[in-house]
Design a protein around this ligand. Structure first.
Ligand code: PRP
Length: 186
């Protein structure tokens, strides 16, 4: 899999250190705002890895829920339509909504709207990566990144690469095709 990556954008160590700092800061903000119990909603599948690491730095009472939000269907561009599966009961809950990346911003916007309609007491949005291409921002962002297609640490291309411990840029389609051909002739 490493062969498919053109370059590593954010190292594993850098991710781990940043996630810890950001999670601890979030916890401190909760204490300052007198919030002692939260519901963490992890957007599947992309935020599975980030969300799992983030919550393990939180020393507070929390429930976990998940929503499967999809619009890219494994590809490189948003279909423009965000599909959401089951929606949890969020009435009067303080929500931490975790996603892996903010690109067009459609996903976070759609979920935030539904959480509001569901009567959430408060909503804090949190992403690992922000491409800074849309006008919307999340409350918490771990890294701003260039507008490139990235994989790893939960992010996929055609369902693969989510298990890479770092965030990287995939090789171009042409380079990937050559790699496939080389592998076939090996
Ligand atoms: C990706 C990613 C975010 C969303 C961000 O999900 O995980 O949820 O797109 O893009 P946006 O800001 O343009 O809406 P995807 O549809 O690829 O599903 P997945 O999480 O299952 O990979």
């Amino acid at each position: 899999m490493r062969n498919d990556i053109e370059r590593v954008l954010i190292d594993e160590d850098v991710i781990q250190r940043r996630v810890e700092v950001v999670a601890k800061q979030f916890q401190q903000d909760c204490i300052d705002n007198d919030v002692h119990k939260i519901t963490v909603i992890i957007l599947l599948k992309g935020a599975l890895v980030f969300g799992a690491d983030f919550i393990r730095h939180l020393d507070m009472k929390l429930r976990i829920d998940t929503i499967h939000a999809s619009s890219y269907n494994g590809g490189k561009e948003s279909s423009g339509e965000v599909k959401l599966d089951h929606f949890p009961d969020v009435l009067n809950r303080d929500i931490l909504l975790i996603d892996d990346i903010l690109d067009t911003g459609l996903t976070i916007k759609a979920v935030r709207k539904k959480l509001s309609e569901g009567g959430a007491a408060s909503i804090t949005t949190c992403v690992l990566l922000d491409k800074r291409v849309s006008d919307s921002r999340c409350d918490i962002t771990c890294f701003d990144i260039p507008n490139e297609f990235v994989v790893g640490y939960g992010l996929d291309f055609e369902g693969h690469y989510r298990n890479l411990p770092y965030v990287g840029v995939l090789k171009s389609d042409a380079a990937m095709e050559k790699l496939r051909q080389d592998e076939l002739t090996d």
